[in-house]
Design a protein around this ligand. Structure first.
Ligand SMILES: *[C@@H]1O[C@H](CO)[C@@H](O)[C@H](O)[C@H]1NC(C)=O
Ligand SMILES: *[C@@H]1O[C@H](CO)[C@@H](O)[C@H](O)[C@H]1NC(C)=O
Length: 392
């Protein structure tokens, strides 16, 4: 460009003397030379800047990559720690099994004898309240995963009264057909429902709070409000029904929104676990008369609904099972004893050994002292180890 410009200027200055022209031309050449140098310096600089920018960029990228790696490492570490905590918990559980408090065992044996003799005495009588029930759970002694059947929510149960071996299966949180298997063996060995009888209920059920007790099926129906229906298994008719005396009910467990009333059996009879809008933070408990469905007494428990997934009653004490982080182990974290014999501090906060998803139901069988649980479509039995309420 410089030579073309100097040519142009040379033409413009054609009128000046040749010496002047010569001087001017030299001057202009110098100026152009200086300018060209500056331009080439700028070029150098800008290419240096862009190199530096490139280097900076690659540094930032390396840093980001390192940070990601660090994050991964931290995540793995956290996961490893969770696994270790889990293993520790299991080890503690195991150590506890290895070192049971000796007096409890004796008491348990005596209690068993007691129960056997009581059972004999009452063989022909109606199942009645066992006033001497003063046991609490100390831990899960063993668990057995029986099979995977049906939907993620459901319940399975066995009549704790009488000698029937039948297994009743309610698949799903809304249906009207109950499967009945003659024995546990038929339920666990055979696929699906080939060996099962079916009972079609007059109204569909809602939730997983149902129960079989003393030859009757107690189930929850929703017809605007919630109703407890008592259905005779002998002649397949509705014997009785009652509406809950709560203005507006809310789901009783924060983590299983389909349950408004959960009926539970224990050594003393039938209970209903529920929640109302009035006292919506906590779970309520009511004692039910199995014959008339009358509510004998009601309690507001201190157990929160939040993060609760299920509950059961043993010897007049409500045990609420919680789950806070997923996927973690379920744990009894709130105990409410209606007799007041056991303070929350005395109660063992029991862990359940394994879980798939969430316990949609946990049905305690007071005769067998085990819990029939439905964990994300898996049917599990938890055998419970007991101790006296007042012993630690
Ligand atoms: C009950 O469940 C079966 C099988 O899952 C389904 O075919 C049927 O429609 C359900 N009945 C009701 C009333 O929901
Ligand atoms: C069905 O059995 C129940 C007892 O379980 C009884 O109270 C009721 O009267 C019986 N109903 C019919 C129609 O036989």
């Amino acid at each position: 460009m410089a030579p073309r410009l100097s040519l142009l200027l040379a033409l413009l200055l054609a009128g000046a003397s040749s010496a002047q022209q010569q001087q001017f031309m030299e001057y202009m050449e110098r100026r152009f030379g200086a300018l060209e140098e500056r331009i080439s310096q700028w070029h150098d600089q800008s290419s240096r800047y862009s190199t530096e920018l490139r280097e900076f960029k690659s540094q930032v990228i390396t840093m980001l990559e390192n940070m990601e790696k660090e994050q991964d490492r931290l995540r793995t570490e956290v996961e490893n720690t969770a696994v270790r905590v889990d293993r520790l918990e299991r080890e503690v559980d195991y150590l506890e099994t290895q070192n049971p408090v000796p007096s409890c065992v004796e008491v348990d044996e005596k209690l068993m004898e007691n129960q056997v003799s009581t059972a004999k005495k009452r063989k022909n009588e109606k199942y009645d309240k066992l006033t001497d029930c003063s046991d609490t759970i100390s831990q899960v002694k063993a668990m057995k995963i029986l099979k995977k059947f049906g939907s993620s929510a459901g319940l399975w149960t066995k009549d704790p009264v009488g000698s029937s071996e039948k297994i009743y299966v309610f698949d799903g949180s809304r249906n009207d057909t109950v499967y009945v298997f003659p024995r546990m063996r038929e339920f666990t060995l055979f696929s699906a429902t080939r060996k099962a009888a079916r009972i079609k209920l007059p109204y569909p059920w809602v939730g997983t709070g149902h129960l079989v007790y003393g030859g009757h099926l107690y189930y929850i129906r929703q017809q605007g409000t919630f109703q407890v229906i008592k259905f005779s298994l002998a002649n397949k008719t509705i014997v009785d029904s009652s509406v809950f005396p709560a203005e507006e009910q809310v789901p009783v467990f924060g983590l299983s929104a389909f349950n408004y009333i959960d009926i539970a059996a224990d050594e003393e009879g039938l209970w209903a676990i529920y929640a109302t809008r009035e006292n919506e933070k906590n779970i309520c408990l009511a004692k039910l008369d199995p014959v008339s469905l009358d509510i004998e007494q009601m309690w507001d428990t201190p157990c929160p609904r939040e993060n609760a997934e299920s509950a059961f009653v043993i010897c007049g004490a409500l045990y609420v099972v919680y789950n806070t982080r997923l996927p973690s182990r379920s744990r009894v974290q709130c105990v409410f004893d209606v007799s007041g014999a056991m303070t929350p501090e005395d109660a063992a906060l029991v862990y359940f050994p394994k879980r798939y998803g969430s316990h949609s139901s946990m049905k305690y069988n007071p005769k067998e002292r085990q819990i029939y649980a439905w964990d994300d479509g898996y049917q599990i039995i938890y055998r419970m180890e007991m101790k006296k309420k007042l012993e630690i």
